[in-house]
Design a protein around this ligand. Structure first.
Ligand code: NAD
Length: 523
């Protein structure tokens, strides 16, 4: 369509239907299976990408490993300078890449742009890190000795990413891996290869202009087999994996099998608790945005809502009004994500629609209740020219039975489960009583409740918010979750410490050699 062509052209991608090389290892190529990438909004094919064969994957790993030498030979602050240039190049294209994300992933325009902004922000963070990464000097118990803890680059980092953040997750990993002295090889989701290709082209140019081999940011598109080849490679000491718990469990085991390192960023089953003393209009907005934003396809989306019994009725009444008025023209403006007025776009794929339908059917079959007036597939909102297909569903709110299995599982769609509670202790217990531990939020004005929530008997998640919804994150803090979310941390904070190998080095600058436990060989 003309809509798709405009976006592809602005992002530097072909619009003539030609097959796009999906492997970059210093040169563009690829002779594996051709995958078609679809627009979630209309259902049309927007690109054909030729993926990596196993041989090409192995060769790309070898080229990335070789390029790692050049990265670690470059002084840290110079690597920071390269990151600054990546930042400038991305910022110049922020609108074009943002729109490409909207076209290929389906998230709304502001969120597409926001994703590129996250990459820009992590570049800034990386520039700072490039001059401040530090080990430690420790006192030794021995005379004329000193102990250093030294961070050195790992080599090459394998990045495997999910469909829902097709650019930012790569950005978080690439920026920190690069600035700590590593090269990277990226395998994006098989349903968002165009975002990966467009971003790699931007990074490639900066690397080459800076005298580095482009293979320092290699790319292999493809699906499970390509992913498995990266995971199995002993040339990749760290695999940073973002995706489902199911696949993450396998990736974690397989990397452990060869004693590699992992950063696992897996599913969330995030809870929002609205206590009786909360500012209800604040809570309403916070929960709504986190539940329906990105059409429920953020790892941090709110999936479970716990309402104090005293405020449950008035809160739900208002809350459901938003859902029941959801049309292209009203409050929850649903429609083409490329239209700046749209608040909710489509689900990403037909598989997502099936997961959504199965979840609703299951809860109803087990005696749960649908609280919203509408549910299921909806016709494509007709606020653009060529609405032909797409993966459109109504966001729903449900009241499942207490103890229903649905409470334990992440459904990656706009399905929100609601229950009531009497005491904050009960609500915290429910918050924690799931396998996952990514994000959580408590709405309260009570200082004691806040203290409890943040403390040792509080939320067991990696992200614990107060009067802020569960979704979203800022670059400054380390991002990630506990338990079956995988314990990984990315982005800011101390996350960089995972991208290096640590050495403890004891140096003797004296003339004697005091042996341990006072042992003497009589010298
Ligand atoms: P997915 O697990 O289906 O796929 C993730 C990646 O793994 C893809 O690149 C895929 O091709 C690859 N893959 C699949 N099987 C593999 C295997 N056996 N070995 C190696 N690689 C393999 O996930 P998805 O559907 O793309 O993404 C949605 C999921 O990602 C949700 O569960 C969501 O919560 C999670 N997610 C988590 C975070 C986080 O930071 N915690 C962020 C974004 C998404």
């Amino acid at each position: 369509s003309s809509r798709a062509s405009q976006v592809l052209k602005a992002a530097g991608l072909p619009t003539d239907g030609s097959i796009i090389p999906g492997v970059y290892d210093g040169a563009w190529g690829g002779s594996g299976e051709i995958i078609e990438t679809l627009c979630p909004t209309t259902g049309e094919v927007i690109g054909r990408v030729q993926t990596a064969t196993p041989e090409e994957t192995r060769s790309a790993i070898a080229k990335a490993v070789e390029a790692g030498r050049a990265v670690r030979a470059m002084p840290g602050p110079k690597r920071g300078e390269v990151m600054r240039k990546v930042r400038v190049a991305l910022d110049e294209k922020i609108g074009a890449i943002g729109d490409l994300i909207s076209l290929e992933m389906g998230k709304i325009k502001s969120e597409g742009k926001g994703e590129v902004q996250e990459f820009v922000d992590i570049c800034d963070h990386a520039v700072g890190l490039s001059r401040s990464i530090q080990g430690r000097v420790l006192p030794s118990e021995r005379e004329d000795h000193v102990i250093y803890e030294i961070p050195n680059p790992l080599g090459t980092v394998g990045i495997l990413s999910a469909f829902n953040f097709p650019v930012a997750v790569y950005g978080w990993n690439f920026a920190i891996a690069f600035v700590t002295g590593n090269s990277t090889i990226w395998k994006p989701s098989p349903t968002t290869p165009l975002c990966a290709i467009a971003v790699t082209k931007i990074v490639q140019k900066v690397l080459e202009d800076s005298g580095l081999p482009g293979a320092a940011a290699s790319l292999v598109t493809g699906d499970i087999d390509v992913g498995k080849n990266l995971v199995a490679s002993t040339d990749l000491p760290l695999i940073s994996f973002t995706g489902s718990e199911r696949v993450g469990r396998e990736v974690g085991k397989n990397v452990m099998e060869r004693f590699g390192k992992t950063i696992l960023e897996l599913g969330g089953n995030n809870c929002a608790i609205v206590d009786k003393d909360a500012d209800l209009s604040q809570a309403l907005q916070g929960v709504l945005f986190a539940a329906v934003g990105t059409c429920g396809q953020r790892c941090t989306s709110t999936r479970r809502l716990l309402l104090h019994k005293d405020i449950a009725k008035p809160f739900l009444e208002k809350f459901l009004q938003f859902y029941d008025s959801a049309t292209p023209e009203t409050t929850l403006a649903m429609g083409d994500p490329l239209n700046a007025k749209t608040l909710i776009g489509p689900l990403h794929s037909e598989v997502s629609v099936q997961n959504y339908e199965r979840a609703i059917e299951g809860v109803l079959a087990r005696g749960g209740e649908l609280l919203t007036k509408r549910s299921g597939r909806m016709a494509a909102p007709a606020n653009w020219d060529d609405a032909s297909g797409g993966n459109w569903v109504w966001p729903v709110v449900m009241r499942p039975k207490e103890g229903d299995q649905c409470w334990q599982e992440e459904v990656f769609a706009p399905v929100l489960y609601v229950a009531e509670f009497e005491t904050l202790e009960d609500a915290i217990r429910l918050n924690n009583n799931v396998p996952q531990g990514l994000s959580s939020s408590l709405f309260t004005k009570d200082l004691q409740s806040m203290g409890k929530w943040l403390g040792p008997e509080g939320s067991d998640c990696g992200i614990v918010n107060v009067n802020v919804g569960s979704s979203g994150a800022e670059i400054g803090a380390a991002f990630g979750g506990n338990k079956s979310t995988g314990w990984g941390r990315e982005s800011g904070g101390d996350a960089w410490k995972q991208y290096v190998r640590w050495s403890a080095a004891t140096v003797n600058y004296g003339s004697k050699l005091p042996l341990a436990q006072g042992v003497s060989f009589g010298f």
